[in-house]
Design a protein around this ligand. Structure first.
Ligand SMILES: Nc1ncnc2c1ncn2[C@@H]1O[C@H](COP(=O)(O)OP(=O)(O)OP(=O)(O)O)[C@@H](O)[C@H]1O
Ligand SMILES: [Mg+2]
Length: 367
């Protein structure tokens, strides 16, 4: 659904670059986009596009072996998997999709070595984390397009928004007779907006039409972790529930990052950098580098205030804002239980405040 612009942009990047990393939180559509790009780019890569699934791996040392297997490289005594892959790729014009790199991020050097030794090889990496390699072009995969709920278009145009189209398609798969009507259209649109256009979340919500009307789904979005469960049996476990999608990322954080991510859950709808430093920092603690890392890992989004984006000069009000991504914020709540009330008062936000997605910011469910 949608994604024409994204496919064009990624394809254009691959003209000048040989390593493009599609980043974004779990379920944002990185794999789907990478596969679609590889299919469209078949003409440019006569030696083919090869899909290398890395999600099952936990040991970065096994990445060269996984690539060798995906490429059907024959065994060769005395040659390492990396050497065997290089023997096969050689000077060929080939495209690799390295899927789900985040949990084998330490294999980034092996990818760099591969690209350096194979001059006509290109790679699309999908990863919740940036690889930080020279020559890497990061492409943050945006959410699906959502309508403006204050000015809803007619039903035909509403269904053209990618997020709504995805909801309708998955809802019809769950209940054959599902249709968008004038009565339920506002709820369908609002669900897509409240789920930030995140494809996985929209799919999980749409599957709920088996039991609930869109209006009832919307009313229950305050408990997203409880509602967005029950994905298909044949998808990886991390994509069967929203909780699973967030846990996959959270579990890859180190302890300091987990602590900072948890502390960020006191903010609803985002916060200014100075506020985060004041609330989440302890003496001598480097909040900035922790935040940078959470941004790199697609768990926090940095945004500049829209009304001041075009200002040439920065002042204090231009300080970047950070915003835990919606599911991430929920995850943080779930892990850390009640919001520390004192902290909330200092930040000027009432305890028990409701975040923009309708989730109680401090009435958390235990993980
Ligand atoms: N543009 C789209 N049109 C239709 N379905 C989509 C689209 N993008 C994503 N999806 C669906 O949403 C779900 C999540 O997408 P995908 O697996 O690509 O996410 P991901 O970013 O790779 O997640 P992860 O980080 O867990 O690997 C899948 O079921 C996928 O088919
Ligand atoms: Mg993926």
């Amino acid at each position: 659904m949608g994604r024409e612009r994204e496919i064009e942009e990624v394809s254009a990047l691959l003209v000048g670059a040989r390593l493009v990393t599609l980043t974004g939180p779990g379920g944002t559509g990185k794999t789907r986009l990478a596969v679609e790009c590889a299919a469209r780019l078949a003409d440019r890569f006569p030696a083919g596009g090869w899909f290398v699934p890395l999600a099952p791996l936990v040991d970065p040392d096994l990445v060269p072996m996984a690539i060798a297997q995906a490429l059907n490289v024959p065994e060769h005594p005395g040659r390492t998997p990396l050497e065997r892959v290089l023997d096969q790729v050689g000077e060929q014009q080939m495209l690799m999709v390295l899927d789900n790199f985040e949990q084998v991020i330490d294999a980034a050097d092996a990818v760099a070595g591969l690209l350096a030794a194979a001059p006509r090889l290109a790679a699309i990496v999908t990863s919740r984390f940036v690889l930080h390699l020279s020559g890497e072009h990061e492409y943050p995969v945006p959410p699906l397009e959502v309508p403006d709920v204050r000015h809803l278009p007619d039903l035909a145009r509403l269904a053209q928004y990618a997020a709504v189209a995805l909801f309708i398609e998955r809802a019809k798969a769950a209940r054959l007779t599902f249709a968008v009507t004038n009565e339920n259209a506002p709820a369908v649109a609002e669900i897509c907006v409240r789920l930030d256009g995140l494809p996985l979340a929209i799919e999980l919500a749409a599957a709920r039409v088996r039991l609930l009307t869109p209006q009832a789904i919307l009313a229950r979005l305050t408990d997203r972790l409880g509602l967005l469960i029950g994905g298909p049996r044949d998808v990886p476990e991390r994509q069967r529930t929203l909780r699973g999608a967030i846990e996959w990322s959270y579990d890859l954080l180190d302890l300091d990052e987990q602590r900072l991510f948890g502390a960020l859950s006191v903010f609803r709808g985002g916060a200014r950098l100075e506020a985060v430093e004041e609330i989440c920092g302890s003496p001598g603690e480097e909040v900035l580098s922790g935040l940078a890392s959470l941004i790199d890992k697609s768990l926090v989004r940095a945004e500049s205030p829209p009304e001041r984006r075009r200002d040439a000069l920065c002042d204090a009000r231009d300080a970047p804002r950070v915003r835990p991504r919606a599911p991430a914020r929920l995850r943080a709540c779930a892990r850390h239980g009640a919001t520390p009330r004192g902290v909330v008062r200092r930040s000027g936000r009432p305890a028990g405040a409701v975040d923009h997605g309708g989730a109680p910011a401090c009435r958390a469910r235990p993980a």
